[in-house]
Design a protein around this ligand. Sequence first.
Ligand code: SAM
Length: 484
Amino acid sequence: MAELEVQEEEGFAEQEEFDRLLQETAPEEAEEEAAPEVEDEEEPAEEEDPDLDDDEELGEVQEHLKDSVEGSMRLKRILQQDLDDEPGKKKRRLDGPSAEITEKVNGLLTKWGCPEDEIMRYVLEQLPLQEIENIFKSNWRPDHFSTRKTASDQLARFTAELRERSMVKGMDSDVVSTFRHRHKLTAAQEKELRELCHKDLRYVLDHYTGAEGQTLDDVISEAAGEVPDESTSGAAPTAPGVKAVSRFGRLELIDPLADCAVFGDANLTFSLRLAKHRKALGHVGRVIATTFEELDTLRERYKEIDQSIKTLEEHYAEVYHGVDCTRIAVDPRFQGMEESLGAVYYNFPHSGAITGFFDGHPIVNWRHENLMRLFFRALRSFVKPGGFVKVASNGSALGVRYSYIVGGAQENEFEHIETMPFLEWHLHRYGRSYGDRRDVYKRLAADSNESYNAQAASKDMVYCFRYRPSGEPIGKQSVLFLLR
Ligand SMILES: C[S@@+](CC[C@H](N)C(=O)[O-])C[C@H]1O[C@@H](n2cnc3c(N)ncnc32)[C@H](O)[C@@H]1O
């Protein structure tokens, strides 16, 4: 198996050099990175036990925050141990796939004529049995003669697309379409919802759970008897429902009292936009603006950063650097903020590129999926029930696939409520950045909404979620990892 050579940012930074190459590829592949190169066959890697719970660092975390950071710490420990171990050393494996999965995976690899392909094996072994069976049933097979994609790359893409067939689609999906998908409603029920006024539609969206004994018609009747509440969301009660709820989302009319946080900002222009927006609306909730990079790095990349921070502070925003959104439970700056956030934003998440690999290649892609899973898991301790999370991303991205965002949210009880086109979002006009060294020499223009290289701006979306914890334990966060 190819050794994972972590050179964060370099591959992403070198995208310029691959532009010509990318332009020759299919449009939906345009956000990918360097050409895939798979070399250096090695002894297949085996996984460490992800359930070991002897992490000293975790012992120091407050009890009620452990769950929101345990997955991140487990992942770090596994990867660290892998780096410390001699490559190829026989590793203990307690969490391997079941015998049934191994048998099916062997069967598929043999059928495709590549029983020794360890990366394809890795892709398949990550899947639940049902998905492996679905692949069996399909007639799919890799093209071993492709000059652009390795067989494992093709397989990873196929399995993701197969899963996405049963999910809500990645492009715009309004509140009713998303609700219909979640509750498996009929076309007639959808039509009924679309005819409701703002007050009634909001009531139904908030109160219908699909629980046994509850019918949609009953909830619609209850809604009619409700009086509009006094809060912001009670405005325009008789307006057409879908239009009014959609406008609320697009105009970012969040709770004026709610604290909000931005993760993964880079040049802070999004946070600035949000702080100004909230000030103009007279909001008193805090704006917490964070970057993953430290201030020194930001100063090298964005000459105006000190001024941006000053302006943010003049707007009473708090600015923190070096914030890892998957580990806020162990970040002292977030101490005491449990269940306080009413809105959270992370635009265009990306866990950094690795030289020589397309973003969707299975050797590197698991990092993007983990980022989303661990981000939402971390938020469980900090977002208040009913709070909103918005993640902007390109609907056809092959790195952070939309299904990683929606899937990571759903498995952590963040209900997907809508996908809106990014360009319809009141906050979309800010200076997008690559978040890596390219920002030193290539700035994306805010006034013309410049999008990332070769990413179709019309496919940029904002995935919107609402936190609805059931109060029941949801189990440990599963993480993906690839060992040497
Ligand atoms: C493509 S850039 C987007 C930057 C900015 N949000 C924007 O829209 O212009 C992705 C950003 O995610 C940040 N990032 C990567 N891993 C992160 C993590 N674990 N926590 C927070 N941010 C992270 C990177 O540092 C980078 O700034």
